[in-house]
Design a protein around this ligand. Structure first.
Ligand code: SF4
Length: 1010
């Protein structure tokens, strides 16, 4: 890269090597003229960090001076510093916000516009002022020696900008932008030339706001050597405007050779589409692909996330693309999408490095913020928020509290809440309310007093929170995070000391500062798939890039800077000569950002968009897709093959295997291989693989020989019950294991986790029998452990709710069972154990019966009582029990098998073993008793044994007709219907099992345990 003048604008298409040329130049200077001062200037910190790494790698450098790669803002601030252009101290970002808050307070027009005195309003005004300053306002105001006059009319942003300039001059404090503005003015006037490095390289710009354009225009002629890259994006109005701005620098232009890659072809096609007279900006968006690019509409954002995770996995595994060569580019951080992406990446075992700013405040920050919001504005909303953030540290809500909150709703007030809290043993929370309510009677403007209160509340909260901060591994990390948040809140509020503050405003301001300063730090990592925002992505280049959420909500992003004040500003005479970005220019900017995003990859770009919201509403595609889709069509676009996700292809394999086993081996797969595949696949995986679809086009009436490898040698009650319900159902459930797919993200604590925690708690409690245990405490501990394993979501209230719902029934159930054991002088023989016993089928072949019992007790007379705990809602179960109904038990084998197993391990007769369900919620004992009007119990037992043996023989013989048991399974509601497709086959088979099974010679009896 040579230029006769030593200065040039280097232009080229994406991937033409513009940045590489600059790096070569930099390394050449480093090697040949080590004493030379040099700098690479880039637009933002992410590009700076990226470029530092690349330069060090390319030059095999061990270190690189920080001052040699800088953002333009850092570079200009450095010049202002060195030249002594600034007096006083730079403000912190909170001080800046407080300064704008004061400005809003003093502006009549802001009062008329009802702008609130909050930090978020201050932040918005600050952005508006920055937009004006970036457009060159202060370059116009600063050269005069006099203080600029406040405009007589004009928009709030303009008045706020002038006030801000006054305030900075008067207080000898400055912000980051003022340092840049002063440096630009000095450079414009030809001062500070000697401070410029000999070699200045500028990279990564796609656009320039006027302040930085003026800065570079002043630097370029004064530097000894100056090279700046400029992208060529055919079809982008923004890129054309940028190129013509750079031309005004009057530098030589070096046009890099056009690379022959897919990104260039795509941009060419985009330019053609735009130039075509037929282009209206509206086009139907369909799935289409061409070399290096794919466009995929998907049903919802969840499917987009799943699709990306699966494609990354497939490309990584099959084509060896390294994980750090994937990039996911977002325009606007959408917390729901990022959560879905994290979920699916975790499911696929893929690391995801999130470089978007999605930090969330620490819990202490949220709690403190809600305290001061309540103090400033005691009302039902702020009180409810306080209740939520206080859980579980300072408030462990009972079921009664939830009922109270729900009932009180809009009428909730502090006094009522305090009384209720005291009545319900929530003294800590009542005392907190007392303290917050008492703020009213104090001098609310006393900053020092209020800071002390804030610190005390924060410390108390963290101490109380500590036991609830997850497991032993997470606890110290979380605790450190909470403490760091409190420290930064205290540091931030230090700047309030000495501030003149209206007493009523301080609590509200503190509430905002807590959230502002109490954010969590971002986690950085290496060796994973990167998630970056589109602005930062302009400098990245990776093998494969995904651009998800290409819908109208995300591309283009709405303007945030001047939007509310724009019209008034446009007509303001004070802004003559200041260039403001028009809505059209903003759209062009967004479009260039999108075109940049879709040309970041060197191998493949995949653009996805969701067609509808999860709730069902349609989502319009981004207008930029109307440009991209026809451009991909011009490149010979074809319809991409249906997404062969690993999920789908694995399911196809499994289905093939199930078919081979059922109907004999095919040319593709032998029975042994099919049996091997099925045997290797875990139950849960089979469940999700077979959630949809089934064995289609199945020939009727072919025998199914179950291969030896898959023939069970032991049988559980649930398997045999399924066989008795319908033999085909057994086939479906036990060979294919259908289940629900992960349709949506599972959040929070599942009923399964609650059930498991209750079982484990009872097991632990009875382990020490006859010593009595604290069942509530054990259950809390067990459930908290399950909650900690869930997605890292914040659901203390949910946890509290489960505790509140279960604590009493569980204690009642435990205590009544305990008392009965003591009264009956029984001992606990077995708990949560898989019992086994030999059994013979009708052919005399031996197998095993097995069943997982919850508890078996031995009585002094050696008889046994086997108990099965039930945590699910069993209202139907108990009402059937009261009617003595048999529908459900007509096929149930658990009571029989459990009593047989218990008798076998104790060496007893079956008659000396009793089985019962313990319905924990209702504290009901449900037992099978001999029915008076049926055959004798002994015959009944024999009949059951025989029918079990016949069932096992049926399974071993591969006898699986579609034969539903009429009274206990309805085909239309059958969970295996999708696989069975019984309506295709018209097999009017009677349930032979039903015929062979006698009417159960038992009836159900229920007993309340108190
Ligand atoms: S749909 Fe009917 S026949 Fe088919 S498995 Fe289910 S119960 Fe049996």
């Amino acid at each position: 890269m040579n230029a006769a003048s030593g200065k040039a604008i280097v232009t080229g298409l994406p991937h033409s090597g513009k940045t590489s040329k600059l790096i070569e130049r930099f390394l050449h200077s480093l090697k040949e003229r080590p004493g030379e001062r040099r700098v690479v200037i880039v637009p933002d910190a992410s590009h700076r960090d990226y470029l530092r790494t690349v330069i060090m790698q390319r030059g095999a450098l061990r270190a690189l001076r920080e001052s040699e790669v800088l953002t333009l803002a850092e570079f200009l601030r450095g010049i202002a510093d060195e030249a002594g252009l600034l007096d006083g101290r730079r403000m912190t970002s909170l001080e800046e916000l407080l300064a704008f808050r004061r400005i809003i307070h003093g502006l009549n027009s802001a009062k008329e516009a009802d702008i609130p005195l909050t930090l978020s309003a201050a932040r918005q005004v600050k952005h508006m002022v920055e937009a004006l300053r970036n457009a060159g306002l202060f370059l116009k105001l600063l050269p005069g020696n006099e203080m600029p006059r406040l405009p007589a009319r004009g928009a709030i942003a303009l008045k706020a900008a002038v006030r801000h300039l006054w305030a900075m001059k008067a207080s000898q404090r400055y912000d980051g932008l003022l340092a840049q503005e002063l440096a630009v003015l000095a450079l414009q006037e030809g001062r500070c030339r000697e401070l410029l490095p000999g070699l200045i390289l500028v990279d990564g710009y796609y656009d320039l706001h006027p302040l930085h354009e003026t800065a570079l225009a002043a630097i370029a002629p004064n530097a000894r050597s100056f090279f700046m890259t400029a992208p060529d994006l055919p079809g982008s109005a923004q890129a054309m405007a940028f190129a013509s701005a750079l031309r005004r620098f009057g530098l030589e232009e070096i046009l890099l050779e056009k690379p022959a890659n897919s990104a260039v072809k795509l941009l060419g096609a985009v330019a053609e589409v735009k130039a075509a007279e037929t282009f209206t900006g509206v086009a139907a968006v369909v799935a289409v692909q061409a070399e290096g690019i794919e466009l995929r509409p998907l049903p919802t954002y969840i499917k987009e996330a799943q699709f990306i995770a699966e494609r990354v996995l497939a490309l990584h595994r099959k084509e060896g693309v390294p994980l750090d060569e994937f990039l996911v580019i977002l325009r606007k951080t959408d917390a729901r999408f990022v959560a879905a992406l994290r979920h699916h990446f975790r499911e696929a075992g893929l690391p995801l490095i999130d470089l978007t700013d999605s930090s969330e405040s620490a819990r202490a920050a949220r709690f403190l913020s809600s305290c001061f919001t309540f103090a400033a504005n005691p009302g039902h909303e702020s009180l409810q928020r306080l209740v939520h953030t206080s859980c579980p540290a300072l408030l462990r809500p009972s079921h009664a509290l939830f009922t109270f909150l729900r009932r009180m709703g809009l009428f909730l007030d502090a006094e009522g809440m305090k009384t209720f809290a005291r009545d319900n043993e929530a003294e800590v929370f009542a005392a907190l309310l007392d303290r917050l309510v008492s703020i009213k009677g104090t001098d609310k403007g006393n900053t020092e007093w209020m800071r002390n209160l804030l610190a005390a509340l924060g410390r108390e909260f963290i101490t109380a929170l500590e036991p609830h901060l997850g497991d032993a591994v997470r606890n110290p990390i979380e605790l450190a995070r909470e403490q760091a948040a409190l420290e930064s809140i205290m540091e931030a509020t230090a700047s309030l000391v000495g501030e003149e503050m209206d007493g009523d405003e301080l609590p509200a301001l503190l509430a905002e500062i807590c959230l502002y300063a109490g954010g969590s730090s971002r986690e950085l990592g290496a060796g994973g798939v990167y998630l970056v925002d589109a602005l930062a992505a302009r400098q990245w280049q990776k093998h494969v890039c995904f651009v998800p959420q290409a819908d109208r909500d995300h591309w283009p992003q709405g303007r945030e800077d001047l939007s509310s004040d724009e019209d008034a500003l446009r007509t303001s005479p004070e802004l003559a000569g200041v260039r403001l970005r028009s809505p059209e220019e903003h759209f062009a900017f967004e479009e260039s950002l999108f075109l940049s995003a879709v040309t970041r990859s060197t191998k493949l770009t995949v653009v996805t968009y969701a067609k509808r919201e999860v709730e069902g509403n349609d989502i319009a595609p981004s207008p930029f897709l109307s440009l991209l889709a026809p451009a991909v069509g011009k490149l010979g676009g074809t319809t991409p093959p249906a997404h062969e996700s690993s999920f789908v292809s694995r399911r196809a394999l499994m289905r093939h295997c199930a078919g081979a086993l059922r109907y004999g081996e095919s040319a593709e797969i032998t029975k042994e291989a099919a049996a091997g595949v099925l045997a290797m696949t875990g139950n849960s995986e089979r469940a999700s693989l077979f959630a949809r679809g089934g064995l289609e086009a199945e020939p009727v009436g072919q025998p199914f020989a179950v291969p030896e490898a898959l023939t069970p040698s032991s049988f559980s009650p649930s398997a045999l019950t399924a066989y008795r319900k319908c033999p085909y159902l057994y086939f479906a459930l036990n060979l294919v294991k259908p289940g629900d797919p992960p349709e949506s993200l599972q959040e929070g604590i599942t009923p399964l986790a609650v059930g498991s925690a209750a079982h484990e708690a009872l097991q632990e409690a009875f382990a020490g029998f006859p010593d009595k245990a604290d069942i509530s405490g054990i259950f809390r501990k067990r459930l908290a452990a399950y909650a900690a394993k869930c997605a890292p979501l914040d659901f203390p209230l949910e946890l509290e709710r489960h505790w509140a719902v279960w604590e009493y029934p569980l204690r009642r159930a435990y205590e009544s069972a305990f008392e009965r054991l003591i009264a009956g002088r029984a001992i606990v023989l077995k708990m949560e154990e898989d019992l086994r016993a030999d059994f013979a089928d009708t052919e005399g072949r031996t197998c095993a019966l097995h069943g997982w019992i919850d508890r078996a007790d031995k009585m002094p007379d050696s008889s046994l009582a086997v108990t099965d705990y039930k945590t699910s809602d069993m209202s139907g179960f108990s009402s059937k029990a009261s009617e003595g109904g048999q529908a459900r038990f007509g096929v149930a084998t658990a009571p029989h098998i459990y009593t047989m197993l218990a008798a076998a391990i104790a060496g007893n007769d079956v008659e000396k073993a009793e089985f019962s369900y313990h319905l924990l919620r209702e504290n009901l004992k449900v037992t099978l008793e001999p029915a008076e009007d049926t055959i004798h119990q002994e015959d009944g037992v024999q009949a059951i044994v025989e029918s079990l043996a016949r069932s096992i023989t049926g399974i071993r013989m591969g006898h699986f007709p579609r034969a539903p048991h009429s009274s206990c399974v309805d085909c239309d509601e059958c969970e295996a219907y999708w696989l069975c497709r019984r309506d295709l086959f018209g097999e009017p088979l009677p349930n032979e099992v039903e015929e062979r099974f006698p009417e159960p010679p038992f009836k159900l009896a229920k007993e309340k345990l108190e």
